[in-house]
Design a protein around this ligand. Structure first.
Ligand code: ZN
Length: 170
């Protein structure tokens, strides 16, 4: 059995010069960070949302609460961990994910591999499971004016036929 899910996340840049930019759990140097309740990691948020969507488990906001004080400045790996735990409970495992980061700045092409490796490490999946692409909007719109970063993610979940909903994979 297979299920597909999609996720989209957008955060504006912070005006705090000391706030780090974190994408896929990886610190990107020489760029302002993004504003958000957690660490505003758009890549992990999009992937987590896609995981929850694929397993019909709701969305990031409803599962974690965008104002929950437990997640203030939290690393977004806590969301990914919990989503993976929930999908595993239903017998699903992550087959692959494809992410597209949309950013006018900074240039991310040199970091695509590092970001994919970061997500793979946090998700505990083998290399080649996660792909990360980077694109701009050719200066069009809010992203094109460099006001923030967006990320889209598509994930595929697979479940061995013998496993039924509610049955965890050992
Ligand atoms: Zn987010």
């Amino acid at each position: 059995m297979m299920r597909i899910g999609q996720g989209l996340d957008v955060h504006p840049f912070s005006e705090d010069p000391d706030r780090p930019l974190v994408l896929g759990g990886v610190m990107i140097p020489r760029s302002p960070g993004l504003v958000g309740h957690s660490d505003a990691d758009v890549v992990l948020h999009a992937v987590t949302d896609a995981l929850l969507g694929a397993a019909a488990l709701g969305d990031l906001g409803s599962v974690f609460g965008s104002e929950d004080p437990r997640y203030a400045a939290a690393p977004s790996s806590v969301f990914l961990d919990e989503a993976l735990r929930r999908i595993a409970q239903d017998g699903w495992r992550l087959a692959n994910a494809d992410c597209t980061i949309v950013a006018q700045r900074p240039r991310l092409s040199d970091y695509r591999r590092a970001i994919a490796d970061g997500v793979q490490r946090l998700a505990g999946v083998v290399p080649g499971t996660i792909n990360v692409k980077a694109t701009s909007t050719d200066a069009l719109g809010t992203i094109g004016r460099g006001e923030g970063i967006a990320c889209l993610a598509v994930v595929l979940l697979e479940r061995p036929a013998a496993v039924r909903p509610g049955e965890a994979i050992a």
